[in-house]
Ligand binder design. Structure first.
Ligand code: ATP
Ligand code: MG
Ligand code: FE
Length: 349
């Protein structure tokens, strides 16, 4: 079984082919970073137009790299949300067109489910597992019980963690997207120079908060001579990243304890989403998991940030279970993995 996956929910135009032996036959990602660079962030209208201009070519390239025609494909999967609605609509309409023309099953995939199931593509792990989803729009701890079966144990009460990286990078004049730039700058920095808060540590829940930390960085910047010296930037990045790591590690420990109450086996602790590309965070979280006797899984960097392979795989998992969507499937700007928990907090995340 082979599925074509299409991803256009943010600023990557991506297409990939995966099979049911967990092989990635092609994985093409076109980043729009340069299109958005002059604006210091992703501009939805610019993103949608760029997806429209490039998606056909990216799909053709994926098929060519896999050495396959559409006749070899068993299903068309596409991110149907959550994300920037213009881009999502471009992907969904394209996927529907191919599915209708070729008479193939159509799979409208939740982008977050793509991130969440990547560890099953890369490492073939079984359900249930504990997931820390850390991305540009989300920061959540979830118990993954099965395809489409998520229980959210914690979420951010303000900013997403990737968003905090991006905003701190902007304050420090590093550019966009901020995560990799903050990580690189932090390598030459002293994490102890600035006394930054370590949010939520010791709280009896699994929630997150990053806006106070972000404000503390802003205050520290305001107290320094301008323009900032390179060492000041490095020390602030190192301090910020260290506080994020301490907070994520503490929250993860709580969730691991909850997981162990439910499940007697040790299980797996998975970290996924763009922020999971951060080496320092991976090392800290891996130590937490190992200390608790859990297997630690973080996908290869290319599969942490947005890509088509994760959408193709989530689509394949759904296709195997017969969870096919109709061509009336609507693009969704918001689409929580655990709708019950999202409704309870009044947030769409
Ligand atoms: P979502 O998945 O929540 O819809 P998204 O798709 O925009 O959001 P991803 O592509 O999964 O987000 O991740 C992008 C985010 O990851 C950005 O905020 C980026 O700064 C962050 N990021 C990427 N690499 C790193 C890194 N090395 N360290 C920290 N953050 C990183
Ligand atoms: Mg992106
Ligand atoms: Fe994402």
């Amino acid at each position: 079984m082979i599925v074509l996956g299409i991803e256009t929910s943010c600023d990557e135009t991506a297409a990939a082919l995966v099979d049911d032996q967990r092989r990635i036959l092609a994985n093409v990602v076109l980043s729009q970073i340069e299109d958005h660079a002059p604006y210091g962030g992703v501009v939805p209208e610019v993103a949608a137009r760029a997806h429209l201009a490039h998606l056909d070519g990216i799909i053709r390239q994926a098929l060519a790299e896999a050495g396959l025609g559409l006749d070899a494909v068993d299903g068309i999967a596409v991110t149907a949300g959550p994300g920037l609605i213009g881009g999502v609509a471009v992907g969904v309409m394209t996927a529907k067109g191919i599915a209708a023309a070729r008479g193939l099953p159509f799979l409208g995939v939740n982008h977050l489910e793509g991130h969440a199931l990547t560890a099953r593509l890369t490492d073939g792990i079984e359900f249930p597992y504990l997931l820390l989803l850390v991305s540009g729009g989300h920061c959540q701890l979830l118990c993954v019980d099965g395809v489409g079966r998520y229980r959210r144990w914690g979420t951010t009460i303000d900013d997403a963690v990737g968003e905090a990286f991006d905003k701190v990078a902007k304050m420090l004049g590093l550019g966009h997207p901020g995560g990799p730039l903050v990580e690189a700058a932090a390598r030459g920095g002293d994490p102890r120079r600035f006394a930054l808060p370590r949010p939520m540590i010791g709280r009896p829940d699994c929630n997150f908060s990053f806006s106070g930390l972000k404000t503390a960085v802003r205050r520290a910047v305001a107290g320094l001579p301008q323009p900032l010296a390179a060492q000041d930037v490095a020390d602030l990045c190192a301090g910020f990243q260290d506080s994020v790591a301490a907070s994520l590690a503490d929250r993860a420990k709580r969730a691991i304890a909850m997981f162990h109450v439910e499940h007697s086996g040790n299980g797996a602790f998975v970290v996924a989403g763009g922020v999971a590309a951060n080496q320092m965070l991976r090392a800290r979280l891996s130590a937490v998991a190992e200390a608790a006797g859990m297997r630690f899984i973080a996908p290869p960097l290319k599969l942490c940030t947005d890509n088509g392979a994760m959408i193709a795989w989530a689509g394949l998992e759904r296709l195997r279970l017969g969870l096919v969507d109709g061509l009336d499937c609507a693009p969704r700007p918001r689409w929580p993995l655990d709708p019950t928990a999202a409704a309870a907090t009044g947030a769409g995340v």
